[in-house]
Ligand binder design. Sequence first.
Ligand SMILES: C[S@@+](CC[C@H](N)C(=O)[O-])C[C@H]1O[C@@H](n2cnc3c(N)ncnc32)[C@H](O)[C@@H]1O
Length: 209
Amino acid sequence: MILLGKSGSSLIRGGIFWGIVSSFGGSRLDKIERDILTRVRKRLSASSAVLDVGCGIGNLARAIAPYVRKVVAVDPVEGMIERANMIGGLPNLEFQVKTLDMCLNNGGVYSAVLCTHVLQYVDKPDEFLRNIAKLSDDGLVMIAVACLGERRSLLASIISLMGAIGIMPRFHQLTFLDVRSIIELSGLNIVDFDILDKDMNIIWAVCKK
Ligand SMILES: C[S@@+](CC[C@H](N)C(=O)[O-])C[C@H]1O[C@@H](n2cnc3c(N)ncnc32)[C@H](O)[C@@H]1O
């Protein structure tokens, strides 16, 4: 089911769900986010400009900001950006209510695009990835994605059921192989592919044009 996000300007899957989710969650990084931060920092320098697509309440964007020139963090759900702004951040970090289409229309080129825990929710992940890459000058895209399709689990079944009855957005139950195929279909090359978390089967992938 596709719902109109609270932003009103963007059709995203489960806009109401994300609006509710935005009220929860603290600003501290968990172990996986700290690992992502370390990996992101290896790919960036003090002069980098980073776009974080589907930034949620902005914890990663906030953590990256001290190490780069600029971070623009966008999310189509107004509630997410309201909460992100409430938590605050450095002057070189900007939160914006924006869909990917709006980013593409506004131009702007970044050193890298970060997209964590978003791909499994979008309609056409390969197309989404191809478009994201247009926003990076050499097509550097870093993604994290939970692959619930890797093994049968109660969590995967619950998420699938909640998606089917419209309580939460539909969630692609991806496998590691699916993620590789999505990246290849998007026209990008994989330069790093690693498992961030073996229990949750979370993949880290760095891609380039
Ligand atoms: C699980 S949260 C991840 C947030 C953050 N990236 C992180 O790693 O904590 C998924 C986010 O994706 C956003 N989202 C969902 N569909 C999207 C779409 N089509 N385009 C951009 N963002 C989307 C949601 O609003 C939500 O903030």
